[in-house]
Design a protein around this ligand. Sequence first.
Ligand code: HGY
Ligand code: MN
Ligand code: MN
Length: 420
Amino acid sequence: MLLDSNEAKISALRIISRCNELAKITCEDIGITRLYLSKEHLIVNKLVGQWMKESGMSVWQDAVGNICGRYNAKFICSPAVILGSHLDTVKNAGRYDGILGVLSGIEIVYWLNKKNIRLELAIEVIGFGDEEGARFGITLLGSRGITGTWKNKWLSYTDNQGISIEQAMIKFGLNIKNIYQASRDKKDIAAYVELHIEQGPCLEQENLPIGVVTNIHGARRFKCSFIGESGHAGTVPMKYRKDALFAFAEWMKYVEYTTIKKNSQLVATVGMISCNPGSTNVIPGIVNFSLDIRGPQDIMLESLSSLLLKQGKVIANNRHLIFEYKEYYRTSEVICDSILRNILCTSIQKIQGKSILLPSGAGHDAIAISERWPVAMLFIRNYRGISHNPEESVDINDIALSLQAYSDGICNIIKKKAEY
Ligand code: HGY
Ligand code: MN
Ligand code: MN
């Protein structure tokens, strides 16, 4: 075991204090919001880069704004096992989503370095710059830099101030001509193992601090609109109205009922809505909104999305409105690598007596990385699974236990991978 319980506790205390320090780097007066290519992103990269350096890593910021650290193996050019997660947040976020995984990876390297241990493979820790997609709408822009699957068309995507990714990159100090320099050779990476808060209730229900992820659910995201006719709130009789908000409300009831009825693993969320023109005394003529659906299999997502979108059309027709939608994001289910999973389960059993396998309803950078390398994820229990919420919290003892399991798992994965 790389870490004994005292060392794990020292690291857990440092992780908590660093999460609190990073939580102060936000673009809002209250709450934590840290967006890709923002000035807060740059500040966090510098601070996390310094912590990486102090733990014994060589550090660089790559061509898409990820902060990367490398702890060499016995042989300089050995491939690496990548640890890490994301440093960006959603709006009004919690302080552990993503951050905990990056800081935990740094702690593993800290103790290897302190104990003068060099492994058969290198360890790299990456703080990805954009997993949430909270600024530009598309997600995994950091991890897709590593996999070399960046699309040039993304450069023209804009945030709600009309700033494009291209403009934001230039302001951040990146050269858009170099984006492909972030992509890594297949042979340079052996595996990716991410520690992340569960953001769900399973571990708490099982009364276990840590679990291993079986699969990451797929996702579909749509921009939708009900288009009716705005009118005078006082004069238009109800039966003559083309009220976009009532159509939306009727559709929302259908979304909830149909998703629940179809399958307990399916979820559907309308997280953003704008009602236009947005005056008390005007009948809403247009309602624009987002639709985010998740589920374990593409076929389930396919059938749920077609049901919901078809019903949007039916409701619009019945009310003499128009229903429009555009899909702008999709990821398929990712199955975590079984060899890596089994090694992590063995480490967890050592720590907590039993291991548990569970799905991830949330998306992670592992989705992008899995397109080129084997991935695995460890989940740590977080209070009531609350996440994307300032109430997000993690128990310090769970952090210490997860560090012992994570470090033991990584050392064993490296041993296994070095046999190849
Ligand atoms: O939305 C998600 O699943 C993740 O938090 N980006
Ligand atoms: Mn998140
Ligand atoms: Mn996350």
